[in-house]
Design a protein around this ligand. Structure first.
Ligand code: PHE
Ligand code: ZN
Length: 879
């Protein structure tokens, strides 16, 4: 908690550690109220260290120090100094063993960093800087050590005791206690340390690696959840196989464990050999989890598993390099999901996410490069930029190199840097060394914040048969970066002929006509010109195919061309994008002019897409989903919250009315045949299109439609369908809505992940009294500020997914958010600060809302003893 102004940490101040730690022996006497941690470190001076006064400063926070020994000799008070966040030892040998004994208090740890209690179990979260709340240490990722961990606990209360690596010893002790010892043969940074103690059930399986080694797979959960682990286990085995085939990466220990915990700040954590998960990303049964949940589990399980190589075997030198592991690992999990599911749909949903979260982050006061150069609190930098834009930056390099060369480059990276703590620069150098390409200019993607804007213009000269395309690039200023340099941008394009076929793209001066299809142009200058020759008629350009770079495109394409692309583009992504642009245009017109009539041509195009049964249903559902209210807000200079909400409602209602018969047909045609739930791309696609049809129909429901929805809610055999119906009924309101919410609660009151959905549905409900309902739910016995999933379901969803009510012109939503942030900050600063981010783009709204938000931000900043987390976000928002 802060009194003084917290200072920023800067990349340019990086210094190698003065000491290295070869071995760590940890001994825990576990007790929720008072745990003893004894640590023995083998330290030696780092030959590569550049400066220092010879003393050793270890990190440590909230530790009650009991004793210190150096090489067996106890230190007296004058031989060391302790303050709030460090322990300093003076006059020390070049090589020595350091023993410390500290007490920590897991049951009081509400920040969920370090060792804490979740329900009846004890667990740890150390990334980024939580290990220093367990013991004194050089808690930085470039200090890699071999860990041995001995756990002692009451056997009845904590029969399962886990840590990283291999189990080496297990025995009973006196007083009903027992001891388990784990050894991790791989050197690792402290942020990858983990321990778990609890009364857990396990489901087990085996995996034989490509080289024939047997690996034990274990998923540990609380007893009531053993029947919800099958999907996670299947996902894990798929991910292990895929990483062998696609990246040549084999698992390296004999045992791999996953533990599901109910109190967790993030999604999951890749601790070596012992991944700890938010239970939301493990537990699924078809009646408790939706398709979105199943999908999330598959990709998060894969993501954490993939970290074993991209993050653990090769880790980050410092936290500015976070995207080295996160960007690359997100790229890997995206590719995995594309391969095991539908590639087209995956790309669309990834780009939707990027545009919704990363583009808006990049345009706001917290904009930062993929490799940030300064931070006050590193926990604020687990962002869409580091993760999603970082993945796009890896994807661009993979695409520039091509699949074979990229594979050689990643092989080189794994070989060259195994066991090291490295930088994004080291990664790019491997890409260069394996390919012979010069990526000097490309590196700016890591250094420059902001979303580049491409402005394209095209003209056709019928006489010469030349299509000229000019493209300008511009990256808007971001905090601390007023001027930007041009980037190296891959621009994949196609030209469509009159029948919709792909034309050959022959540039002026080329003798041979390349094959028809997509061609990648590489932009390097602020402005570039391309002349395509040999065309017999004016082509329809299809730019940014498959979204080759994280950029915004300004290209004045008429509605007719967009309709043509929507119907004919060979690139599925651009068919979707053309539809999105058309819908966005129409919606923004409706915002400006409420009397504008939705043209029949729109309904016709929508209808023909809907009835195109040849297509993939999941893709179709993506094509027919309107851009979100939040995304539309990003397209306006001054956000018109109410206008957007109204326009959205008008268009959805219009679709529901004029396509009633077609939507009903699609709904019926995609109704299950009674066979049990399966999670396959086809089945997911059928449920998606069917629920989208119901969504439009429910915008103006008559008795028949309402009956269908109620029937689906009452009799749906899977949570995807039940939840879709519940959401629609809740938004419809009235007696039907209340009855559905009540019966849902009664049915699921004991399943906490399902109850999260119940809170979330009400928080996102656009009914006018939504804020009152949310305030009322804060008093519900099942609500707790101490469970991050619950807070996100109620407070997070209201502030992020209920734009029109959160931004109510009376400022009630803003006051509500600021109150929650101030209430949460002393308990869990990470969650408080992440919630606050929903208010930092206050400058984009009208005067009245601006001043209301601004006042709340000042109220927060004027509060004493703010955490660094909240301080950084609030102060940057007001800068
Ligand atoms: N490293 C985790 C991941 O896989 C995220 C995380 C960060 C989890 C910090 C907990 C704390 O993305
Ligand atoms: Zn990760």
């Amino acid at each position: 908690m802060y009194r003084d102004t917290p200072h920023a940490v800067r990349l340019k101040d990086y210094q190698p550690p003065e000491f290295l730690i070869d071995r760590v022996d940890l001994h825990f006497e576990l007790d929720p109220d008072r745990t003893l941690v004894e640590s023995i470190l083998q330290l030696r001076r780092n030959p590569a260290a550049t400066r220092g006064d010879g003393s050793l400063v270890l990190h440590g926070e909230q530790l009650d120090l009991e004793s210190i020994e150096i090489d067996g000799h106890s230190l007296t008070g004058s031989e060391f100094e302790v303050d709030q966040d460090s322990l300093t030892l003076h006059r020390i040998p070049d090589r020595f063993s350091l023993l410390t004994r500290v007490r920590i208090h897991p049951s009081l740890n509400t920040a969920l960093e370090g060792l804490y209690q979740s329900g009846d179990m004890l667990c740890t979260q150390c990334e980024a800087e939580g290990f220093r709340r367990i013991t004194y240490f050089l808690d930085r990722p470039d200090v890699m050590a071999r860990f041995t961990t001995t756990l002692v606990a009451d056997k009845a209360r904590f029969p399962v005791l886990l840590s990283n690596g291999n189990p080496m010893e297990s025995r009973d002790l006196d007083g009903g206690r027992h001891l388990v010892r784990w050894e991790d043969p791989f050197p690792k940074p402290s942020y990858l340390f983990a321990l778990i103690a609890g009364d857990l059930r396990v489901i087990e399986d085996r995996f034989t690696t490509a080289s024939g080694r047997e690996v034990m797979l274990k998923i540990f959960v609380e007893p009531q959840n053993v029947d919800k682990c099958d999907h996670a286990m299947r996902s894990l085995k798929k991910a292990m196989r895929w990483d062998e085939e696609r990246f040549g990466r084999e698992y390296d220990l004999d045992i791999f464990m996953i533990v599901a915990v109910s109190h967790f700040n993030m999604g999951a954590m890749e601790n070596k050999g012992l991944n700890v998960f938010n239970d939301k990303f493990v537990l699924a049964r078809s009646d408790t989890a939706t398709d979105v949940d199943f999908d999330g589990i598959e990709s998060v399980i894969a993501h954490e598993y993939f970290h074993n190589w991209t993050g653990n075997r090769i880790t980050c030198r410092d936290w500015f390099q976070l995207s080295l592991k996160e960007g690359f690992t997100v790229y890997r999990d995206q590719e995995f999901s594309a391969d095991v599911g539908s590639r087209g749909v995956k790309r669309i949903s990834d780009v939707r996410l990027l545009r919704a979260h990363q583009f808006s982050e990049d345009a706001g006061p917290m904009a930062h490069p993929v490799r940030p150069d300064s931070y006050i609190e590193i926990n604020n930098f687990y962002t869409a930029t580091v993760y999603q834009k970082g993945a796009e930056v890896v994807r661009m390099q993979a695409n520039l190199l091509g699949p074979e060369t990229f594979r050689r480059a990643t092989d080189l990276y794994f070989e060259r840097h195994d066991g090291q703590a490295v930088t994004t620069e080291d990664f790019v150098r491997c890409m260069e060394d394996a390919s012979g390409r010069d990526l000097t200019q490309f590196r700016r993607w890591y250094e420059q914040a902001g979303t580049p804007e491409l402005t394209a213009e095209g003209t056709f000269d019928a006489e010469t048969g030349v299509y000229s395309l000019s493209v300008r690039q511009f990256t808007p200023p971001t905090p601390g970066q007023p001027e930007k340099s041009p980037l190296h941008v891959p621009l994949a394009i196609g030209l469509l002929g009159v029948d919709g076929e792909d034309l050959p793209l022959r540039l002026e001066g080329e003798s041979e006509a390349p094959r028809a299809g997509t061609r990648v142009l590489e932009l390097r200058e602020e402005e570039e010109h391309f002349r395509f020759v040999g065309l017999s008629a004016k082509p329809v350009p299809s730019l940014l195919r498959a979204f080759p770079a994280p950029v915004k495109l300004r290209f004045d394409q008429c509605d007719e061309d967009l309709l043509f692309l929507m119907a004919h583009d060979s690139d599925g992504f651009n068919r979707w994008d053309a539809a999105q642009t058309l819908m966005q245009r129409l919606l923004l017109t409706l915002v400006r002019d409420p009397d504008h009539v939705v043209p029949d041509s729109f309904c016709d195009a929508f209808r023909s897409a809907l009835l195109d049964s040849a297509g993939d249903q999941a893709l179709l559902a993506e094509v027919l989903t309107l851009p979100s209210e939040g995304y539309l807000a990003d397209q306006m200079d001054v956000v018109d919250v109410d206008g957007i909400h109204r326009a959205h409602a008008v268009l959805e209602r219009r679709i529901g009315e004029c396509l009633r018969a077609d939507l009903l047909g699609v709904y019926r045609a995609n109704t299950g045949d009674g066979s049990p739930y399966v999670f396959t791309p086809q089945a997911v696609g059928r449920r998606a299109i069917r629920n989208l049809a119901l969504h439009y129909l429910m915008q103006a429901p008559d008795a028949e439609i309402l009956g269908l929805c109620q029937d689906q809610f009452a009799n749906g055999d899977n949570m995807t369908d039940v939840m879709a119906a519940l959401r629609l009924l809740a938004n419809h309101g009235g007696a039907e809505g209340n009855a559905a919410l009540e019966s849902f609660y009664r049915r699921w009151s004991r399943e906490s992940l399902v109850i999260d959905k119940w809170f979330a549905v009400q928080a996102s409900c656009s009914r006018e009294d939504a804020l009152n309902q949310v305030l009322h739910l804060m008093e519900h016995p099942d609500f707790s500020l101490r469970n991050p999933n619950r807070v996100r379901s109620l407070v997070g969803v209201f502030c992020n997914a209920n734009q029109v009510r959160f931004h109510a012109p009376d400022g009630g939503g803003y006051r509500f958010l600021a109150d929650r942030v101030l209430e949460l900050d002393p308990l869990n600063p990470q969650i408080a600060s992440r919630l606050l981010k929903s208010m930092i783009r206050w400058r984009r709204f009208d005067r009245v809302r601006q001043s209301l938000m601004c006042a709340e931000l000042h109220r927060i900043l004027d509060t004493e003893e703010l955490s660094k987390d909240v301080y950084e976000v609030a102060s940057k928002a007001l800068e």
